[in-house]
Write a protein that binds this ligand. Sequence first.
Ligand code: ATP
Ligand code: MG
Length: 570
Amino acid sequence: MKASKMLIPTLKETPQDAKIASHILLIRSGMVKAEVAGVYNFLPFGLRVVNKIEKVVREEMNKSGAIEILCSALQPKELWVESGRWEKYGPELMRLKDRHDREFCLGPTHEEVFTSIARELIKSSKNLPLNIYQIQTKYRDEFRPRFGLMRSREFIMKDAYTFDKDEEGLNASYDIMYDTYSKIFTRLNLHFQPVLADTGNIGGNGSHQFMALSDVGESEIVYCDECGYAADVEKATTKLDGYKGKKEDKIIKVHTPNHGTIEELEEFLKMNPKDMTKTLIYHDFVNEKYVIAIIRADRELNLIKLVNEIGSNENYLRLATDDELLNLGFVKGYSSPIGHDKEYEVYVDFEVAEMDSFLTGANEKDYHLLNVKYKRDFDGKVCDLKNACKGDLCPICGKPLNQERGIEVGQIFKLGTKYSAAMNCNYVDSDGKNKPMVMGCYGIGITRVMQSIVEQYHDEFGIKWPVNVAPYEVVVVPVKIKDETQYNLANEIYEELEKEGIEVIFDDRDASCGFKFKDWELIGIPYMIISGKNASENIVELKNRMTLEKIEISKDELIKKLVKDIKDAR
Ligand code: ATP
Ligand code: MG
């Protein structure tokens, strides 16, 4: 490809709304162009990267025995009513009507559609197990689309669904996908960690997320160096640290005027937040009720864990407003479950339940209670409500956990019969009985993977694409296009590499070589060949974008070396 014939819309300026390096670089290097927030167009280089990521995903999925299909993004409401998700999915579902007022959504995921396909196409146990997948565009009306392709409203996903006769079959299918995902992310050069995950909106009873490790990741993971335990903080459990607080004693009411926050109390009472608790009152819109949660004050409440305890939905659970608190008989900053545990469900974090005594509000403005004790002073359901964090003890081996941030690039779920039972997706077993198929589902965010690679592979000059996902593998730049010797040598190299099947660009643009070098460094082409002052001796410079190594090399050696290195890296 000749650069003069190509669209190379690189930018010097940092786009205003881009906050993280990978987002800035994808825009500046002309890979993608934003249309509105969370909606992107893929330009020539960006599209080539997407295609290469998809190629790796396809190859590994096909090797695992999965079969590719392609479904529509447009899905009829009726399927979602059958599964019960039309109501439950919440505001993220993009809903629309056709001219006859029939309702549809733009698929955020395809469990319903694939279940509908399987129930119509598979009748006998002889067709099972089956793994079908697609690479297709998804739509989610994200509350806060941000970080470019990381959290967009339209994105490309690989989604696969397995259908098995029984749990044992599902476990085997799940393990194959777990291995396949590990192979895919390894081939895509990501530094990643699989972690135990919550099953969220999708439902089911077992899940792993694949996290690309990165400081800009929106997910927090904890892991144990000792035994290998790793989990999303939404899911992670910990061994109790045995903290008991002060010995049991009689309740004392203390005057704490205008000291409603933990920081203020810490200062005012000279007390460790570990000895205090936070009482949080939530409005559950799914079950239309209020619930009380109590955790240690040095902890953060994990909404997902609470949602799972209550049987609610994270999109439909909010902290009660100040007005609601007043109506319910609580005082903001001074709440406690004491006296309310008959009226409302109370969820008590394990750590609080274990303590000999702690501080709560007094349900009265400007007063707190010292020496409160669970069971003696109020009742409630004991459960795990807190976010795990660095230093907490591993639930398996008891060693302190480490913490890191990650970008969720894939997730796999054991769905069981959640969808097949609701949607009558049955097969006839060898005993002649109708049984629901046992399902799994498996997603990879193709476009999120693309940006995660940039996040892990860049420097101050631009992107450093690994060879097997780079838009092109090599660029050849004659320093002076008007210098015939330099131009001709560059052109010969270009033509020979093309003949060898290498993806190569010839930069024949009439621009300064400094400008061109900057462009290719920004775009991140793995190898740059510079035909300059030694061209008359058939010698060029070869620059490796990843290692920044520069060597002088003769044309013949160069071709041999590049063809081998690139074919090895593909
Ligand atoms: P998240 O927790 O980040 O919102 P999710 O758990 O809702 O993601 P899944 O339903 O598991 O996502 O979707 C499968 C994969 O699709 C995710 O692992 C992720 O890589 C990708 N993905 C999900 N939402 C988005 C988005 N808004 N933009 C880009 N990729 C996404
Ligand atoms: Mg997920």
